[in-house]
Design a protein around this ligand. Structure first.
Ligand SMILES: [Fe+2]
Ligand SMILES: [Fe+2]
Length: 207
């Protein structure tokens, strides 16, 4: 228990306050840096802030789930996915800086909420439900990132490259969880997750 608490605190502090280090190169590195108007820059900033919050939540969810999970194999799979989410965290954070925008002020709150949900999913439901939770989360994130491909300014090639690479990873995370034996979550749980995500994306657009 003590050990779990230390791990959780360490992950929270690193996610919220340390500079995340990506293990893969930034997909935005090799795209042309086209000039954005002020309005376009603000629009991209708001969307990338939402995506950054999403990645803060991904760190929290995967950490909560890994701490609650029973099987060492599953724990390793969650850890692998979580490393890829760290790349996403680093890429979105870098993009926010390049856009002269800032992360959400509420990140500690988002982290705490997502950690609690991830831990509860693993503890109350067990590994198969926890995996079902990964599948549903990643599917919702994938759909959300797809919607950003329509909302991002067409000249913001850097943000688009990042979102597109993240989307490919999220699809792979859902597939990993599916193959590991995820159960389908009940419709009310999915609806609750969708509602929670809606609150987060709406608030993070501004705050
Ligand atoms: Fe991600
Ligand atoms: Fe993911």
């Amino acid at each position: 228990m003590m050990n779990a608490l230390i791990l959780a605190t360490d992950s929270a502090l690193r996610t919220l306050f340390a500079e995340p280090r990506a293990s893969r190169s930034n997909p935005a590195a090799n795209v042309a840096d086209l000039a954005l108007s002020d309005a376009e820059r603000r629009q991209s900033g708001a969307l990338m802030r939402i995506n950054h919050v999403g990645e803060v939540c991904a760190q929290a969810l995967y950490t909560g789930q890994a701490l609650a999970c029973q099987s060492p194999t599953l724990r390793a799979q969650l850890a692998q996915a979580s490393r890829e989410e760290t790349d996403h965290l680093a890429w979105t954070q870098q993009r926010l800086q390049d856009l002269n925008d800032r992360p959400s002020w509420l990140n500690p709150l988002w982290y705490a909420g997502a950690f609690a949900i991830g831990f509860a999913a693993g503890k109350l439901g067990g590994d198969k439900v926890s995996l079902g939770f990964v599948v549903e989360t990643e599917r919702q994130v994938e759909a959300h990132l797809q919607s950003h491909m329509d909302l991002l300014p067409s000249s913001d090639l850097a943000s688009r490259a990042i979102v597109s690479a993240m989307k490919a990873d999220e699809i792979a995370h859902a597939q990993m969880a599916q193959q590991a034996g995820a159960v389908e979550l009940p419709a009310p749980v999915k609806a609750f997750m969708q509602a929670a995500a809606k609150v987060m994306t709406t608030v993070a657009h501004r705050v």
